[in-house]
Design a binder for this molecule. Structure first.
Ligand code: SAM
Length: 261
């Protein structure tokens, strides 16, 4: 299960996000959404606080929910370093069962994280639970991969993701590839980190797999409708471009819980 997989992934998460395609674009998009919300803001899968701590730095209080104690510890440390620990409330919990003290104005689930629930039924449970945790008029914003044959081909390739020195001074190479089940719309993203000695000889290799999945836009729309959401907008990029299947880079859903539901 993904929350537990992150116990092993936590120590490379910063390198992972620093070298990812969409993190530079999704950061300002979500921070802006958090700052615009009037009322409690919740980030599900808050991770190391990459987004939440930046929003807190800019004045917003954020409630961060995550299953992984290691990721929550990173988030807490990041907030303390930034001097905004008092603007973050961290809860250990699952997307499908977290409990808030009061209904939220905004619940965000950024960076393809809904895909860590690898069945459509589990995602349906999460979206229904999120709907129940919002106040009337509250919004749910999330993004998912927009999978195309080209993207799948690219993810199947072995890529050298990063070269860096670990905190204890060892030289490291981080590699990644994905094992993909097209029919099930699931994948195992497999990373391996090679630690090298001064002669460039590998002294240790460590694997850290993550389980992920994706939805088609029709599946995402269906889950939102099933839970009672009204879709306000679907974007194809974090710069606000409306979704068009032929050109979209992502699927970014902005949904509202209607006052009457
Ligand atoms: C891709 S990271 C996203 C972190 C952060 N939102 C960001 O954008 O950098 C996904 C996070 O979701 C958490 N997670 C995975 N499955 C979860 C679940 N079922 N319930 C709660 N958190 C979960 C992981 O522990 C991880 O911290």
């Amino acid at each position: 299960m993904s929350g537990l997989e992150y116990e092993r992934f936590a120590d490379i998460y910063r390198v992972w996000t620093a070298t990812a395609g969409s993190t530079h674009a999704n950061l300002p998009f979500y921070v802006q959404a958090y700052l615009a919300a009037e009322g409690p803001v919740v980030e599900l899968g808050v991770g190391d606080g990459r987004i939440a701590v930046e929003a807190a730095r800019q004045g917003q209080h954020v409630i961060g929910v995550d299953l992984s104690p290691a990721m929550l510890a990173l988030c807490r440390a990041r907030a303390t370093d930034a001097g905004v620990a008092d603007r973050l409330t961290l809860l250990q919990g699952d997307f499908r069962s977290f409990a808030l003290a009061e209904p939220a104005a905004l619940i965000a689930l950024p960076y393809h994280s809904i895909g860590h629930l690898t069945s459509l039924d589990a995602k349906r449970d999460a979206v229904r639970h999120i709907h129940a945790q919002l106040r009337p008029g509250g919004r749910f914003i999330f993004d998912d991969f927009l999978m195309t044959p080209e993207r799948l081909d690219q993810m199947r390739r072995v890529q050298l993701r990063a070269e860096y020195d670990t905190p204890d001074g060892q030289h490291a190479l981080l590699w990644v590839t994905s094992l993909i089940d097209d029919a099930a719309q699931t994948m195992r993203v497999v990373t391996w980190e090679d630690l090298l000695d001064d002669d460039g000889v590998m002294v240790r290799r460590r694997y850290r797999p993550l389980s992920l999945s994706w939805m088609t836009p029709a599946q995402a729309e269906g889950l939102l409708a099933d839970a009672g959401f009204t879709v306000e907008r679907c974007l194809g990029a974090f710069d606000g471009t409306p979704f068009r299947a032929a050109t979209a880079e992502e699927q970014i859903w902005i949904a509202r819980k209607d006052s009457a539901t």
